[in-house]
Design a protein around this ligand. Sequence first.
Ligand SMILES: [Fe+2]
Length: 227
Amino acid sequence: MRARKNTIPAKAIDAVEHRVRQLCWRYADKLQFHGWHHVSFVRAKAAGFAEHNGADRTVVEVAALVHDVNYIVLRNSPAAAGRDLRLGILRECGVGETVARRIDEIIDEAEMATRGRHISLEAQALSDADTLFKALPVTPVVLAHRYLRENGLSLRELAHKIVGEQRDVHDSGYYFYNPKAAETYSRWALANLQLWQCIKEAVDDPNVVELLDAVHAVDLEAEPAAS
Ligand SMILES: [Fe+2]
């Protein structure tokens, strides 16, 4: 394990937290899934994983705070779409240019759709926390419909995205990098993947499609009354 460093001073971390929290509230309608509830969960878990794997905890925490600002910039986008906003926040909060660029790279490395087996310790800590949020058993129940609304996806598209991005990573054995996280959360991860695999199959049944259309029609009917 390498020596633990604390590259970013507490004052700058607090400033980033304050700025991101502000943005999450201001753009709450665009961040129904990736709002402050997501950011603060990922930050807390990523800090714990960083303590465990010897990554620079301060870098991991700040990366977690700014990892999803792309959803403010562009709906259903990759992390890279938030680069300018991310670097702007870090600059404004007193994080040095080199560290800020490194944080942006860590966020790219940790992205579910493209992450590999060998990524930096900081990216591993961030990835494990972000992946855990996806695998929580409460996420499909309480938050999946928010993901659909936030990103303008159909249930079929989301099921294909989740299974497409996560199945290989899971089967290749690096769904979680941290062995303790793998031991603790793999059962949830597998249940979650199986659920989405079942959803993917279910939306091919014409009667299920009819059922979902009927639910959608009721929602549309109810909308004007609710607003
Ligand atoms: Fe995230």
